[in-house]
Write a protein that binds this ligand. Structure first.
Ligand code: NAD
Length: 496
């Protein structure tokens, strides 16, 4: 399907003026300002969205506080009833998944098949936390005074959820699911580049039976709407996914009222490849681990650390596999890599290609705009493989957030671990070896929150996800996420 022919379902949203969802109502920004939402595959404006600011955040916080404090409201519903409402949302998202996937693909340039997978993924996250709602337990504790000591896990209150543009609805679902299951009320602030599915899912939540004010969406720039939310005294917790520098600013803003903060930030993750690994399988499967979503993935394995004796073979196999990656129109079912999220993002990545060449690295394949005339109007870039890279070069140190990988040789296990850890980040990574002892020693040595062995898989709805060092604070997904959205209250009862 051509990108400028939306489905009947999405036609309404894709051609219209979007509205925020506040207190159960669809509203414009208080001052009526809007911004354009653009399709990076052709540069065309597909909708306008409200340019929310401080006044809009104040209104959303007031609505969320009212919903939270309602004695018969969401926070005071039986946990199982909240779970059933989340399950309904999971179901409605699944039923509307084609519409949501079309919106996500047109808004971000990601292949439609990836967008479909992400929307179903978001629905599964809602489903998981539907089940979690009534499984958040307190403890009884044998204290030294005579009596009974017990803990309660309670919702925090109003949560501000600030998300990026790379996996818009999926990243939002990781926060919405546990926050809502625990009984909080929320204000979701999507990235300005990708507001469409956030708005649509808040509308669907009203259909699912969420009371007004429980799930609000404010759209607008990070520096105004996002900062107002992160600093708002009525917000008890802020959960953020985005760049590390933005995360640092969020921490500063949240310190106003000592908000709880959880952060999922950037990465510069390694793929450590030993010579005894199944190199053919590594090379066939691993382009996905760095070029998926056009490299705009916090978990992207953007450094391949390869044992020197296997270096030349890995360069050859990986470059061949990269040439086979199908770059094309995001609306085409066969496309594996679509566009970058914007023309500005492509310029940024192209600058890194120049930096790599200036630093003396060898560009083996890609790094240029495609020859295909049909793709000239979009923010496309062919996946790039550099070898001859030193771990101290900027292309090996900085998060490029584009389809670029650096291949770096090592000689010993100890050197592999040292190079892998020589970064301020610590999010993800993989180890490839047929020697399970060596693979596990390496995995244990890596300072990363999410690792895989002989696999690129880093995200599992049921398992904790998050970063060491400057890649973040806290663990999302699994039951760990419930800790991020609950306070613990200890009660001692004197039994005399
Ligand atoms: P970004 O930091 O520019 O923006 C993220 C969100 O923060 C957006 O909604 C933005 O509007 C808002 N924001 C920006 N400035 C703000 C401010 N001063 N106060 C409050 N909010 C503000 O990030 P991005 O470019 O949208 O996303 C890419 C980054 O996200 C990459 O660094 C990537 O690694 C990271 N990321 C991390 C994970 C993870 O789980 N660790 C997942 C996805 C993306």
């Amino acid at each position: 399907m051509a990108v400028d022919q939306p489905t009947q379902q999405s036609a309404k949203l894709a051609s219209s003026a979007l509205k925020m969802v506040v207190g159960g109502e669809s509203v414009d920004a208080a001052d009526g300002q809007t911004f354009d939402v653009v399709n990076p595959a052709d540069g065309k404006t597909i909708a306008t969205a409200p340019l929310g600011g401080k006044e809009d955040v104040d209104r959303a916080v007031a609505a969320a506080q009212k919903a939270f404090e309602d004695p018969k409201g969401w926070a005071n519903w039986a946990a199982g009833k909240r779970g059933r409402t989340l399950a309904k949302l999971a179901d409605i998202v699944k039923k509307n998944s084609e519409e949501l996937a079309q919106l996500e693909s047109r808004n971000t340039g990601k292949p439609i098949t990836s967008a479909r997978g992400e929307i179903i993924g978001a629905s599964l996250v809602f489903d998981y936390y539907a089940g979690a709602a009534n499984k958040v337990f307190g403890q009884t504790i044998p204290v030294s005074k005579p009596g009974l000591d017990l803990t309660l896990r309670e919702p925090i209150g109003v949560c501000g959820l600030i998300v990026p543009w790379n996996f818009p609805l999926l990243m939002a679902s990781w926060k919405l699911g546990p926050a809502l299951a625990a009984g909080n009320t929320v204000i979701l602030k999507p990235a300005s580049l990708s507001p469409m599915t956030a708005i649509r899912v808040a509308e669907l939540a009203l259909e699912a039976g969420f009371p007004p004010g429980v799930f609000n969406v404010v759209t607008g720039p990070g520096g105004s709407a996002g900062a107002a939310l992160a600093g708002h005294p009525g917000v008890g917790k802020v959960a953020f996914t985005g760049e590390t520098t933005t995360g640092q600013e969020i921490m500063r803003l949240a310190s106003n009222n000592v908000k709880k903060v959880s952060l999922e930030l950037g990465g510069k993750s390694p793929n450590v490849v030993y010579a005894d690994a199944d190199l053919e399988r590594f090379a066939a499967e691993s382009p996905y681990s760095v070029f998926d979503n056009c490299g705009q993935d916090c978990c992207a394995r953007s450094r391949i650390l390869v044992e020197r004796s296997a270096h030349d073979k890995v360069v050859e196999l990986f470059a061949d596999a990269t040439r086979k990656v199908k770059v094309g129109d995001p609306a085409d079912d066969k496309t594996e890599v679509g566009t970058l999220v914007s023309f500005k993002q492509r310029e940024r990545v192209e600058r890194y290609i120049e930096i790599g060449l200036e630093e003396g690295a060898n560009l083996v394949v890609g790094g240029v705009e495609p020859d295909d005339e049909a793709l000239k109007g979009g923010a496309y870039l062919m996946p790039a493989v550099f070898d001859g890279v030193d771990n101290d070069m900027r292309i090996a140190k900085e998060e490029i957030f584009g389809p670029v990988v650096s291949i770096i040789p090592f000689d010993t296990e100890a050197e592999a671990i040292r190079l892998a850890n020589a970064t301020p980040y610590g999010l993800s990574g993989s180890v490839w070896s047929r020697d399970i002892g060596k693979a596990l020693r390496t995995a244990k040595g890596l300072q990363s929150g999410v690792l895989s062995v002989n696999s690129n898989s880093s995200v599992h709805t049921e398992a904790p996800f998050g970063g060491y060092k400057m890649s973040g604070i806290g663990r999302e997904l699994g039951m760990s996420a419930m800790d991020l959205y609950t306070e613990v209250k200890n009660i001692f009862i004197d039994l005399r």
